[in-house]
Design a protein around this ligand. Sequence first.
Ligand code: URA
Ligand code: SF4
Length: 189
Amino acid sequence: MNQLDTLRQECLSCTRCGLCSGRTNVVFGVGNPQSDVLFIGEGPGQQEDLSGEPFVGRAGKLLDLMLDAVGLSRHSNIYIANIVKCRPPQNRDPLPEEQEECIKWLEEQIRIIKPRVIVCLGRIAAARIIHSDFKITKEHGQIFEKDGIKMMATLHPAALLRNPAQKPAAFEDFLKLRDLLAQPENPGN
Ligand code: URA
Ligand code: SF4
């Protein structure tokens, strides 16, 4: 078993926060552990809770389409995970204390995957990963760097379903990501 599978096995029985009581499945993550890019969403919704895989509902279908347009796929060259691994009731925002407990799993995932680039999907992930007062409408598409990892956020695909007029702006972010990935790695990385 590789390191990520070992971590997944541990995570599947996690009871570190209250979200464990309502879950059908822990949604650990999906994709290629050798990826250059890690996408981070907020937390599982109903479809994800039922299937155990992130972004499989309507928002996930839209995400897959946008990924495909820039040559990325969860089946080959990216990894996708969430800030919290168990579904919050009625899809409410995960509470700060739930995020605080669950982020430990994500930190381990980042340590194992060692992505060059992290893409946060939506404000909740951006606030937790990039900086705490992240303004998603203003700061999406901007490139940050932390601990030697390039980071950016884009609009959450569920927000794009509610507000399709924002789709072109989100797609610009994906093009920016494509350009970023096409740049050679810094020597020493
Ligand atoms: N929204 C998220 O943030 N993550 C998922 O896995 C599904 C929907
Ligand atoms: Fe554990 Fe995270 Fe699930 Fe909470 S949300 S029980 S910390 S896996």
